[in-house]
Design a protein. Sequence first.
Length: 73
Amino acid sequence: MTRKTYLLEGLCCPNCAAQIDEKVKQLPGVEQASVDFQNTRLTLAYAGDESALFETIAGIARSIDEDIIVKAC
């Protein structure tokens, strides 16, 4: 299991944070996920290919709010 933290640049709404949190938790290979709205961070534990997971998470964030940019910390 790998742990990773991503910056959710442009995250400005607790509702968006909750939606991202919910959708990321449903992804295959994700063991744990948590969005910290105040620090605009997504922390997760997962098994699998990081690059594919990153692209999926970035797509989820853009689908919720097109201004959110996901960056590795």
